[in-house]
Design a protein around this ligand. Structure first.
Ligand SMILES: [Zn+2]
Length: 227
């Protein structure tokens, strides 16, 4: 029955290990998702800058066309007053173009920054993709190994359970469930190895004789003579 308990405890621990694997997988995948999001953020920022740049270029373009038109008008006019007025207009538009061009340059600089960040984020993503792939492969291998072991131990457990008398087995199984996977506890220094309560003398003697099934009077676990 001790061996049975050992196998049952192994099965419990295997089940616990198997239960943890989906969480490990989720954690690995979450890391990847975060890195993917970082790359996307840079990409989106670049797209946004690109649109803004196009708008600035368009704005500057219309102004340049206007300047050309005004210059033609200025060239064709004979009136000095109109020539002056057109000159002022042209200066005003040229200043606006200057402002727009400055903004374009600033935006291009900003885009360089985003490009560098994107490159770094992509490198980080590639690195963690390799890492996560390895991790997931490791988890798969672990799952297969644990499942193989679980099947083997289950078969052995079934064989061992048949060797336990049908009167004791239900009690053992009930205790396994209610006593945190420890149905059989060693007698140790006059105490129950399960709940650590001091046992009464007659119980200790009964356990040491080992002739009948003896249980801890406190927690109800089946006792055996420890060292
Ligand atoms: Zn006890």
């Amino acid at each position: 029955m001790m061996v049975l308990q050992d196998r049952d405890r192994r099965l419990l621990s295997l089940a616990k290990d198997l239960d943890r694997l989906p969480q490990d997988e989720a954690r690995a995948k979450a890391k990847l998702a975060a890195d993917e999001a970082a790359v996307k953020k840079c990409h989106d920022a670049l797209t946004d800058c690109g649109l803004r740049l196009k708008r600035l270029e368009l704005d500057a373009g219309t102004r340049r066309t206007t300047i050309q038109r005004l210059k033609t008008q200025q060239f064709e006019t004979r009136k000095n007053e109109e020539y002056q007025a057109l000159g002022h207009e042209i200066t005003r538009y040229e200043k606006e173009v200057d402002v727009l061009e400055t903004k374009e340059l600033e935006l291009m600089e900003e885009m360089d920054g985003h490009r560098a960040a994107q490159k770094a984020a992509e490198a980080a993503l590639a690195k963690s993709r390799t890492m996560v792939d390895e991790e997931l492969a490791g988890i798969r291998t672990r799952r297969e190994r644990l499942e193989v072991e679980r099947t083997e131990v289950s078969v052995e457990r079934g064989r061992l359970a048949k060797e336990v008398s049908s009167e004791v087995l239900p009690l053992y199984e009930r205790l396994m469930k209610t006593k945190a996977g420890l149905a059989i506890a060693p007698l140790h220094d006059g105490k129950c190895g399960g709940c650590h309560m001091k046992l009464i003398a007659s119980t200790v003697v009964a356990v040491q004789n080992g002739k009948e099934l003896t249980r801890c009077e406190d927690c109800g676990r089946i006792l055996y003579a420890g060292e």
